[in-house]
Design a protein around this ligand. Structure first.
Ligand code: COA
Length: 259
């Protein structure tokens, strides 16, 4: 992996942990984080790592939003260019392997949008979530109005975005915004446990599940069902399908190779 200033990547077997590393700014997303995040994801795509965890450095914050300091100098044209470019959000969304947001503290604005671009979200009991853009006289621009609404429904998403209020981890769990909440001291070990469990599964099938599930919120039911049948058929061309079926019939644990 290349050396990045605002990002670190640590590999633990088949799991990689990407940490946004600006703790003095509560890991706010500036242009450099977007650029380096996109580059790191491009490297990890080619790597044999099977599951990615995204988190923030320090104990206080996952990501406290877009870097508000940078907003001051943005014009409509530069801001539109920045977000139409390959953003960190969209690179995570399009990343072919499963991505888990490990939310270790403030998860605000662009931070929540980053977590929403991931496939699963775990959170510490101390995590706090909000879309506070309304307090700055703007709206979420990193996918929040769309992804939050798809994930938790219009009524709850509306209240979060219209009020800008923070919700706690238990409320986020109740809303379906996060999959699991753990005591802060256990967040990392439990999240890695979850990642390792997924990393043992067949990599091509994981990728196809991700593609099919994401298609569900971007298409109608008939199109989605047709796409699922095609993706299902692709599985039958893989060695992993042979291995999975043989292992079941031979009463042994399958070893998937991603072929
Ligand atoms: N952009 C840029 N800098 C940020 C930031 C952001 N989104 N969020 C926090 N920071 C910086 C602070 O300016 C401060 O920097 P400084 O020490 O150089 O002054 C540092 O991170 C620590 O934050 P601070 O506000 O002192 O911590 P706190 O515990 O008092 O408050 C928050 C924490 C999260 C409540 C507060 O930082 C906050 O409201 N941040 C903005 C959240 C937001 O609106 N995000 C959405 C942007 S669209």
């Amino acid at each position: 992996m290349a050396n990045y200033e605002t990002i670190t990547v640590e590999k633990r077997g088949k799991v990689a942990i990407l940490t946004i590393n600006r703790p003095d700014k509560l890991n706010a997303l500036n242009k450099q984080v977007h650029t380096e995040g996109v580059a790191a994801l491009a490297e990890l795509r080619r790597d044999d790592v099977r599951v990615l965890i995204v988190t923030g450095a320090g104990e206080k914050s996952f990501v406290a939003g877009a870097d508000i300091g940078e907003f001051a100098g943005q014009t409509p044209v530069t801001q539109r260019d920045l977000f139409h470019e390959k953003t960190f959000f969209n690179s995570i969304d399009a990343f072919p392997k499963p991505v888990i947001a490990m939310v270790n503290g403030f998860c605000l604005g662009g931070g929540n949008e980053l977590a929403l671009a991931c496939d699963l979200r775990t959170a510490s009991e101390t995590a706090r979530f909000s879309q506070p853009e309304i307090n700055l006289g703007i709206i979420p621009g990193g996918g929040g109005t769309q992804r939050l609404t798809h994930l938790i429904g219009e009524g709850r998403a509306m209240e979060i975005m219209l009020t800008g209020d923070m919700i706690d981890a238990q409320t986020a769990l109740q809303f379906g915004l996060v999959n699991h909440v753990y005591p802060a001291a256990e967040l990392e070990s439990k999240t890695i446990e979850l990642a390792e469990k997924i990393a043992e599964k067949a990599p091509i099938a994981l990728q196809l599940i991700k593609e099919a599930v994401k298609f569900a919120s971007r298409s109608n039911l008939d199109e989605g069902l047709r796409r699922e049948v095609d993706l299902f058929a692709i599985c039958f061309s893989t060695e992993d399908k042979q291995e999975g079926v043989s292992a079941f019939l031979e009463k042994r644990k399958p070893v998937f190779k991603g072929k």
